[in-house]
Design a protein around this ligand. Structure first.
Ligand code: 5AD
Ligand code: SF4
Length: 446
């Protein structure tokens, strides 16, 4: 009998991909394959890829180039998983002879068969890309990498069809997991020592299973004995009822941080993006969040240079950022994606230099705002979760406030997983520096 292969998996892109890689490890281990820690020890290398912007693709093509030698010398088998596999099958299989097979995000149960076929054991296809309306991988027990936080996908796919976004084409339609299954998994995670659970979904707050909506699910998860902190990503502003804001405001274990992707400030551009809200509606939602969750973190995503966005329209994004003062923001240049409505119907006509001008300006603006908000926290007491030892500052720990701000704290007597009250003594850019006051009592009864 042929020896079972060792699998090495490398992950690119979002947290959902991190989680999916944990599912893939479990599926591979279930077939008896070994899990390698390095490429050198591997017989099969899997790249779990992202397709959100062109740069994500370029990274993978660069990586494939660098794997070429190992492939020739060691006879490595190479598989491409994830969103880029789903989106660029022909290019990957026909244009890159290093690639042995591709598998999209809904096809991971078929992976062992693809791997075996690629290694000449049995016969099978070199691509599995069917998108599913039902696959949630429930029943697959992820092999997590440990630490303080556990990722947990509660829904998959996206029905929003924002015109710039490739995700509906790579991850398919929305489907939600049964809430009881989620709660049982969270209980098990607490038993394994995880302190924080982050609920994931491409459009996580559209979660709906029977009568259970996302706000209900958040409360159910927050109520699990021993779970210290519950976070979620990534939501869409269209599914933000006041019940959800109140659940976060009221429940001690639901973190006071909301990531609310704005994308653009001008109504015509928002409409072209098919975001289904206006500048005024977004302002109102942000105001409600700030009012009901005082001291909470509010962060966002912005795209500059969407097709036809004029300089005056872009100014509305800037003004909105000045007015709403997000705690932090991810800012991107528009990147045309194959198959999207924007790519089919609109000309990518904002010149590269103009996109650069806009992004540079917004990054500087946000840096200033983040700095000012954080500076004002010096002297306050914050409750942090100790996440891990700092690589850069030996002896220090990287912690997070409830509102999601990174806080560096000297490690005297701390261990990862502790909850501690710290006094903020300094702030530098996006980072806070704290001094431990006490180890706090556990936030819940666990
Ligand atoms: N170009 C640039 N940014 C994009 N995003 C999604 N699609 C694109 C694209 N085609 C950004 C959005 C989203 C974040 C995850 O990535 O801001 O919220
Ligand atoms: Fe990238 Fe989006 Fe796919 Fe995540 S869901 S891997 S961000 S394209």
């Amino acid at each position: 009998m042929t020896k079972q292969p060792n699998i090495y998996i490398e992950t690119y892109g979002c947290q959902m991909n991190v989680y999916d890689s944990e599912l893939v490890k479990s599926i591979c281990a279930g077939r008896g394959y070994g899990l390698a820690d390095t490429v050198d020890e591997a017989d099969v290398v899997l790249l779990n890829t992202c397709a959100i912007r062109e740069r994500a693709h370029l990274k993978i093509y660069g990586r494939l180039q660098r794997l070429k030698r190992a492939k020739v010398e060691k006879g490595l088998t190479i598989g491409i998983l994830g969103c880029m596999a789903q989106n660029l099958k022909e290019d990957l299989l026909d244009g890159h002879d290093q690639v042995d097979f591709v598998a999209g995000p809904d096809s991971y149960r078929e992976l062992p068969d693809l791997i075996d076929a690629a290694r000449g054991i049995g016969r099978g296809p070199d691509a599995a890309l069917k998108l599913s309306r039902t696959e949630t991988y429930s029943g697959v027990d992820p092999i997590r990498s440990g630490g303080v936080n556990a990722w947990l996908a509660v829904m998959r796919g996206c029905d929003n069809m924002c015109t710039f976004c490739v995700v509906p084409y790579t991850r398919g339609r929305e489907r939600s997991r049964d809430p009881q299954g989620v709660v049982d998994e969270v209980k098990a995670l607490v038993g394994e020592g995880y302190k924080q659970v982050t609920l994931l979904g491409q459009n996580v707050n559209s979660y709906r299973h029977g009568e259970t909506r996302f706000a209900d699910l958040m409360r159910m998860v927050g109520d699990v004995d021993g779970v210290e902190r519950v976070r979620f990503t990534s939501p869409h502003p269209k599914d933000f009822p006041v019940e959800l804001i109140d659940a976060i405001a009221e429940h001690p274990n639901l973190c006071k941080h909301i990531h609310l992707p704005l994308q653009a400030g001008n109504d015509r551009v928002l409409d072209l993006m098919r975001r289904t809200y206006t500048n005024a509606a977004f302002r109102e939602l942000a105001a409600t969040i700030r009012e009901r969750i005082p001291g909470g973190g509010l962060t966002t995503d912005i795209i500059v240079g969407f097709p036809t966005e004029t300089a005056a329209e872009y100014e509305e994004t800037r003004t909105l950022m000045e007015d709403l003062r997000f705690d932090s923001a991810f800012i991107f240049k528009y990147s045309e994606r194959k198959g999207t409505v924007a790519q089919r119907r609109l000309d990518d006509d904002v010149p590269e230099e103009e996109k650069t001008r806009r992004i540079v300006e917004l990054v500087a603006l946000q840096k200033q705002i983040t700095g000012e908000i954080n500076e004002a926290l010096v002297g306050t007491t914050q409750r942090v979760l100790v996440e891990e030892a700092s690589d850069r500052r030996p002896g220090d720990f990287l912690c997070r406030t409830d509102s999601f701000k990174t806080t560096v704290v000297p490690g005297d007597g701390l261990v990862a997983g502790d909850i501690a009250d710290v006094e903020i003594v300094d702030s530098y850019g996006a980072t806070l520096f704290g001094r431990p006051l006490s180890a706090a009592p556990r936030a819940s009864s666990g």
